[in-house]
Design a protein around this ligand. Structure first.
Ligand code: NAP
Ligand code: HSE
Length: 429
């Protein structure tokens, strides 16, 4: 049996999942690619660190040169995370004529172009299925199965950590920090969970999917991004009472060659399938002009689900005859498209205010909204004391620009204590 040697850069949650899968499913993998895959070196920071799986110590190294200089290693699998040295190591591996697999969305979303260009120049393959949606085969779906379509829309829950936190807060009344600790213990969160909580991770993934789906390079700075750190238990309770669930959605639309790209907490009807995507599960809704609506669902984070996508990429490389078709996708995707300013986005709004219980305040706020072409669907008032009233407005769909101007004016009203929260509502109409 021919053996193919590979190296892992990083042996954390995902790296150890890859190790486990290659060992547990060894026979099946041989059947699938006709060769035995051997992990011959693993780059780590600390060789002595305890791991969840047993590996021979002599294959661990802290020196990347041990891997780059080894001509026997055909595939380098980057699972360290972060921008550098991951990016530099991948470029070096390609220049040493090694194929590269990565799960690193940060590098892809911000420096992908250079990686694709180098892979093409060096005639090596570069696969990245695990970078979006963990175990969900979304990249292959967009790059292969859906190529007959013009993709018009992507709407997804694409961060497992925040979905786990929102699920625990909603279903178990768990405190935000406790839920975050749970996501970290389960290996869902990034090394710095700010990336998850503040929506950066989802924005990187949206950039990767949108670039492939809409055929253009995406500047990360043009993606509107808002995380979940401001979502309070009271917002979840209000959402529930109005028939909504709160989810961190990534939304990408191609409207006549203008792109709408945004990541933010969103209220969605409880009857919508995305509202029932819970825990670390991810789901991505795609609308193609031929296929119509399509939804992919699966585990978006975690050692084995993500390892599954990584090992799938390694097997694809071994099965291919260095077919460069996937690499040309990026080349084809460079035509510029304009990204719509966030003021032009349209959705419904949940606006939670704290006000004083004074004569006419409701009318003043309603009139500000009306002046800015925003029509009110419902108003809920809870009086805690004369100076402490919780007021919640649900609006019909309106331009984000109208809401921003309204909020500025509402904030200036004498009897408004504070604007407590604003959450967009997606009705999928
Ligand atoms: P992790 O648990 O933090 O593991 C990172 C590994 O990389 C560790 O083994 C660490 O070594 C090693 N490492 C980091 N910097 C290094 C350096 N400069 N030199 C040598 N080794 C270095 O991370 P992870 O959760 O496995 O995630 C890895 C990548 O997969 C990230 O890009 C992440 O975004 C992506 N991803 C993760 C998931 C998930 O569910 N976790 C899902 C999809 C994609 P030590 O062990 O010695 O410290
Ligand atoms: N931290 C990421 C998440 C890992 O929670 O979704 C998967 O990309």
């Amino acid at each position: 049996m021919q053996k193919v040697k590979i190296a892992l850069l990083g042996f954390g949650n995902v790296g150890q999942g890859v190790w486990q899968i290659l060992n547990t499913n060894k026979k099946q993998i041989i059947l699938n690619c006709g060769r035995e895959i051997e992990i011959s070196k693993i780059l780590v920071r600390d060789i002595e660190k305890p791991r969840n799986v047993d590996v021979p110590k002599d294959i661990l190294t802290t020196d990347i040169e041990d891997i780059l200089a080894d001509d026997q290693i055909a595939v380098v699998v980057e699972l360290m995370g972060g921008l550098n040295p991951s990016m530099q190591y991948m470029l070096k591996a390609m220049r040493c004529k090694k194929h590269v697999v990565t799960a690193n969305k940060l590098v892809l979303a911000t420096q992908g172009e250079e990686l694709f260009k180098t892979a093409e120049e060096e005639g090596v393959l570069f696969y990245y299925e695990a970078s979006v949606g963990g175990g969900i085969p979304i990249i292959r779906e967009i790059n292969e199965s859906l190529t007959a379509n013009k993709i018009e829309q992507l709407v997804g829950i694409i961060n497992g950590t925040t979905n786990y936190i929102l699920t625990k807060m909603t279903m178990e009344g768990m405190d935000f920090n406790e839920a975050l600790r749970g996501a970290q213990e389960k290996g869902f969160a990034e090394a710095d969970p700010t990336s998850d909580i503040e929506g950066y991770d989802a924005a990187y993934k949206l950039a990767i999917m949108a670039s492939l789906s809409f055929g253009t390079k995406i500047d990360m700075n043009c993606i509107y991004r808002e995380g979940i750190s401001n979502i309070k238990a009271v917002d979840i309770e209000y959402a529930d009472s109005f028939g909504y669930a709160i989810k961190l959605l990534a939304i990408g639309k191609d409207i006549n060659n203008r792109l709408e790209l945004r990541v933010h907490p969103t209220m969605i009807p409880k009857t919508h399938p995305l509202a029932n995507v819970n825990d670390s599960f991810n789901a991505i809704f795609i609308k193609g002009n031929a296929v119509g609506d399509l939804m992919l669902y699966g585990r978006g984070a975690g050692s084995l689900p993500t390892g599954s996508a990584v090992v799938g990429d390694i097997i694809s490389i071994l099965r291919s005859n260095t077919d460069l078709s996937e690499l040309t996708n990026m080349k084809n995707s460079m035509a510029p498209k304009k990204i719509q300013a966030s003021e032009e986005n349209v959705s419904g709004y949940y606006i939670r205010l704290n006000v004083k219980d004074r004569h006419g305040i409701l009318g003043e706020i309603a009139s500000v909204l009306g002046r800015h072409n925003t029509s009110i669907l419902t108003v809920t008032q809870k009086v805690k004391s004369e100076d402490n009233v919780s007021l919640v407005f649900i609006t019909h769909s309106t331009l984000e620009g109208n809401i921003m101007k309204s909020l500025k004016a509402i904030n200036d009203l004498d009897n408004v204590n504070s604007i407590e929260n604003i959450i967009r509502i997606e009705n999928f109409s």
